[in-house]
Design a protein around this ligand. Structure first.
Ligand code: PBG
Length: 336
C-alpha cells in the first residue's frame, strides 16, 4: 500500500496533516469509518430446554435465558424482525438422557432437532445453525466419546456424522462442528453429499482453543458438573498461532464453507491472520465468558454499555465477516 507522508517538516508553520479535521463531527467520523457493524453481521446463540423449570436465566450470564422450543421460535421471529440472519441452537438436555454412548445426540426427535423443525415451520427465512459435538448428551461432559479416560477420535466421528445427518434432516442450514476431532469435517461433508444434503453449509470451529472463557456456557448447557478433567487433548493450546492456520487450511480442504476462531477478543490476532491467509468467510465467537465479563462490568456501572459495541467492532476491524454473540438482540435493538 502506498502511504502518504504525514510527517511535518521540523520548521513548518503548521502540521502537514491534521487528522483531527475528520474527527470533528459525527458525520465526518462516520464518512471515513473503516469498519462497519450491522445486525446482518451477527449470529445469535440461543439455549433451548424442555426440562421443566430450566427455562430461566443462566446465573453466570445475566440477561441470557434458556428457552422452551416455543420460546426459541419466538427468538427466531425476533431475530428476523431485528435483521439478524442466523440463530445458533445449544440444547440443555435432560440429565436423564445423558449417557456414555450419547445416543440422544442423533435422535431425530431430540430437543435440538425439534427446535429446528419448529423454527423452520414458523420462520423459514432465518438461517438455523446447530452444534455438532457430544457434550450436551454426554454423561461425562466431554465433546467426544470416552474410554478409559481417553477421548476417542475416530469413534467420535462416527457419532458426529450420525448427529450431523439428523440435524440436516431436521432442516438445519448451517452445521457448526465444535468438537475438534481430527477429520470430522471431511467425514461430515462426505455423508452430507451422499445422503442428499449437498447444500447444507458447514461453519467449522476450526481454531477452537482450550479456554477458560467457556465456563458460563458449560453452566448454561448443564455440562459443568459432569465434566471430568479438561479439554486440552482436543482443543488448542492458547500459545499457538501457526497451528490455527494449519487447522483452518485443513478444514477448508475437507469441505468447510466457513471457519471460526473461538474465543474472540483474546484471539483477535488469529482472526486477522486467518482472514488474511485464506480470505474465506471468517467468524469469531464472542464466548460466554466474554459476555459475562462485559455484562458484569456494565451491570456494576464499571463500564459504559458502549464498550460492548466497541468489542464487536474490533472483530470487524480484524477482518471477521461476522460474530456469534449473546449480545446480538440487544445490540440489534439499539439500531432500530
Ligand atoms: C462445546 C462448546 C462449548 C462452547 C460451544 N460449544 C464449550 C466447550 O468447548 O467446553 C462454548 C461457547 C461459549 O462459551 O459461549 N461443544
Amino acid at each position: 500500500m502506498n502511504r502518504s507522508p504525514d510527517m511535518t517538516p521540523i520548521h513548518a508553520p503548521f502540521p502537514a496533516t491534521r487528522f483531527r479535521r475528520l474527527r470533528r463531527t459525527p458525520a465526518l467520523r462516520d464518512l471515513v469509518a473503516e469498519a462497519r457493524l450491522s445486525a446482518s453481521d451477527l449470529i445469535w446463540p440461543v439455549f433451548v430446554t424442555d426440562v421443566p423449570g430450566a427455562d430461566a436465566e443462566v446465573p453466570s450470564m445475566p440477561g441470557v435465558v434458556r428457552r422452551t422450543v416455543e420460546g426459541t421460535v419466538r427468538a427466531a421471529e425476533e431475530a428476523m424482525r431485528l435483521g439478524i440472519p442466523a440463530i445458533c441452537l445449544f440444547p440443555y438436555t435432560d440429565p436423564a438422557l445423558r449417557t456414555e454412548a450419547c445416543e440422544e445426540a442423533w435422535n431425530p426427535d431430540n430437543l435440538s432437532n425439534r427446535a429446528v423443525r419448529a423454527i423452520k415451520a414458523a420462520v423459514p427465512e432465518i438461517s438455523v445453525m446447530t452444534d455438532v459435538a457430544l457434550d450436551p448428551y454426554n454423561a461425562n461432559g466431554h465433546d467426544g466419546l470416552v474410554r478409559d479416560g481417553v477421548i476417542l477420535n475416530d469413534e467420535t466421528i462416527e457419532a458426529l456424522v450420525k448427529m450431523a445427518l439428523a440435524q440436516a434432516e431436521a432442516g438445519a442450514d448451517i452445521l457448526g462442528p465444535s468438537d475438534m476431532m481430527d477429520g470430522r469435517i471431511g467425514a461430515m461433508r462426505r455423508a452430507l453429499e451422499t445422503e442428499g444434503h449437498k447444500d447444507v453449509a458447514i461453519l467449522s470451529y476450526a481454531a477452537k482453543y482450550a479456554s477458560n472463557f467457556y465456563g458460563p456456557f458449560r453452566d448454561a448447557v448443564g455440562a459443568s458438573g459432569a465434566l471430568k478433567g479438561d479439554k486440552k487433548t482436543y482443543q488448542m493450546n492458547p500459545a499457538n498461532r501457526d497451528e490455527a492456520l494449519r487447522l483452518v487450511a485443513r478444514d477448508l480442504a475437507e469441505g468447510a464453507d466457513m471457519v471460526m476462531v473461538k474465543p474472540g477478543l483474546a484471539y483477535l490476532d488469529i482472526c486477522a491472520a486467518v482472514k488474511e491467509a485464506f480470505g474465506a468467510p471468517t467468524f469469531a465467537y464472542q464466548v460466554s465468558g466474554e459476555y459475562a465479563m462485559l455484562k458484569g462490568a456494565v451491570m456494576q456501572g464499571w463500564l459504559k454499555e458502549d464498550a460492548i459495541l466497541e468489542s464487536l467492532l474490533a472483530f470487524r476491524r480484524a477482518g471477521c465477516d461476522g460474530i456469534l454473540t449473546y449480545f446480538a438482540p440487544d445490540i440489534a435493538r439499539t439500531w432500530r
